[in-house]
Design a protein around this ligand. Structure first.
Ligand code: NAD
Length: 356
C-alpha cells in the first residue's frame, strides 16, 4: 500500500490536514509546509482533480512553493496552501465555503487562506463569516485586486535584471516582449510604457491585445511568435512551463522577467538558460507583489507601505543575480539558497527563544 507519509516527507511538511463535511460535500486538504518564519499563508484552489492523490500532490507542491516565496521576499510568513476537491462552476456553494472557513478556523491561525484558481473575492467573504484567518476579501481594510502590485513588483525586478545583464539603467528604448496581457500583463505594459520601453505583445484574446495596442502603442505578434521575436526582455505573464527544450533555443532576449508562475518546465531548463547566458529572474521572487499586498492586511492595510515593500523586489532580484554570478549558479538555484538561508536563520532564532 502506498501511504501519504512518503510524499509529505519528500517535501518536508509540518502538517497536512484532510477535512470533510458530508452535509456540504466539502473535501479539502490544507498543507502547512512551514511556519518557521510566521503563520503559513497561501490561497485556496478549487479544482476538479482526477483523484485524491493528484489533489494531495498539488497542495504539497504549492504550499512548499509559498514557503520559498515568502522567505525570499523576507516576509514574516510561512508557506501554506489549500485545495478543495470539486468543480468550482457546479459544486461551489455558500455551505461548502462556510465549512471550509470552519476548517481554516480549526487550525487556529497556523494557516491563513486567500483566493486562488476557482476561488474569488466573494468566496473569501463567505469564508470570513467563519474565520478571521482569511485575507483578500472585499471587507473594509481588504487589499483588493493584487495584480497591480504584482505588476509593480515585476517592473522593479525587471529593472534590476536589465541592469545586471548590462542592457541598461533605464527602460528608455528597451524592447520588452510581453506574453499575456491580462490583469498583470496589462499593468506591466502601463509601467513599462510610462518608463519609455517599446512593447511587443501577444495574447490569445484579441480584445486584450487591442487595449494595449491602443493605449501604449504596442506591436502585436501571434502567440507562437513571441519567443523568437527580436527583443531585450521576455516577460511571461500567461502560462507556466513555457521555458522548455522547445522554446529556449529560439529565444533572442537577454533577460526573462515576468509574472507567470512555474515558468521553467523543469529544473534543467534553468541550467539551459544559464548556459545560453540569458538572465532569468526567478518567477516566485519577482512575482511576490501579490503576496506582499495581501499579507499587508494582517498589519492593517496601507497602500503606501505596501508600495515601499513591493519596490524592495528590485533588491531581492539584484541580490539573487549577484549571488548567481558570484557562485556561478543559475538564478533559480541562487533564489532557493537565499530562501533556505532565511529559513535556517528563522529556525535558529526560534531555538534561541526557547532556550533563553
Ligand atoms: P489573467 O488570466 O488575467 O491573464 C493571463 C492572460 O494570458 C490572459 O489575457 C490570457 O488570454 C493570456 N493567455 C493565455 N494563454 C496564452 C497563450 N498561450 N499565449 C498568450 N497569451 C495567453 O491572469 P493574471 O492574473 O494576469 O496572471 C498572469 C500570470 O501571473 C499567471 O501565471 C498567474 O498565476 C501569475 N501571477 C499572478 C498574480 C496576480 O496578482 N494576478 C500574482 C502572482 C502570479
Amino acid at each position: 500500500m502506498v501511504g501519504v507519509f512518503p510524499e509529505v516527507d519528500t517535501y518536508g511538511h509540518e502538517q497536512v490536514s484532510f477535512f470533510q463535511d458530508k452535509d456540504s460535500g466539502l473535501k479539502a486538504i490544507i498543507g502547512i509546509h512551514s511556519t518557521v518564519l510566521g503563520p503559513s499563508l497561501g490561497g485556496c484552489r478549487m479544482w476538479n482533480y482526477t483523484d485524491e492523490a493528484a489533489a494531495l500532490k498539488d497542495v504539497l507542491r504549492l504550499s512548499r512553493g509559498m514557503t520559498y516565496k515568502a522567505a525570499v521576499a523576507n516576509l514574516k510568513l510561512g508557506g501554506g496552501k489549500a485545495v478543495i476537491l470539486g468543480d468550482s462552476r457546479t459544486q461551489k456553494t455558500p455551505e461548502l465555503l462556510r465549512a471550509f472557513g470552519r476548517a481554516v478556523e480549526y487550525l487556529g491561525g497556523r494557516y491563513i487562506s486567500a483566493e486562488d484558481v476557482g476561488i474569488k473575492v466573494q468566496d473569501v467573504d463567505i469564508m470570513r463569516t467563519q474565520t478571521k484567518h482569511a485575507v483578500g476579501g472585499s471587507n473594509e481594510g481588504g487589499s483588493g485586486d493584487p495584480s497591480i502590485m504584482t505588476a509593480f513588483g515585476v517592473f522593479q525586478g525587471m529593472k534590476a535584471a536589465i541592469k545586471a545583464a548590462g542592457v541598461g539603467d533605464s527602460f528608455e528604448g528597451i524592447r520588452v516582449a510581453v506574453q499575456g496581457v491580462g490583469n498583470v500583463g496589462y499593468h506591466l505594459c502601463s509601467y513599462l510604457s510610462n518608463a519609455g520601453a517599446k512593447l511587443i505583445v501577444t495574447d490569445i484574446y484579441p480584445n486584450q491585445i487591442e487595449r494595449v495596442v491602443q493605449e501604449f502603442g504596442a506591436t502585436e505578434v501571434a502567440p507562437d511568435a513571441i519567443y523568437a521575436v527580436d527583443c531585450d526582455v521576455f516577460a511571461p505573464c500567461a502560462l507556466g512551463a513555457i521555458l522548455n527544450a522547445k522554446t529556449i533555443p529560439t529565444l533572442t532576449c537577454k533577460v526573462i522577467a515576468g509574472a507567470a508562475n512555474n515558468q521553467l518546465e523543469t529544473e534543467a531548463n534553468g541550467f539551459d538558460l544559464f548556459k545560453r547566458g540569458i538572465i532569468y529572474a526567478p518567477d516566485y521572487a519577482i512575482n511576490a507583489g501579490g503576496l506582499i499586498n495581501v499579507s499587508a492586511e494582517l498589519d492593517g492595510y496601507n497602500k503606501e507601505i505596501v508600495l515601499g515593500k513591493v519596490s524592495q523586489i528590485y533588491n531581492t532580484i539584484s541580490d539573487i543575480l549577484t549571488h548567481s554570478i558570484q557562485q556561478s549558479i543559475p538564478p533559480h538555484v541562487a533564489a532557493d539558497r537565499i530562501a533556505e538561508l532565511h529559513l535556517a536563520e528563522g529556525k535558529n532564532s526560534k531555538r534561541m527563544k526557547v532556550t533563553s
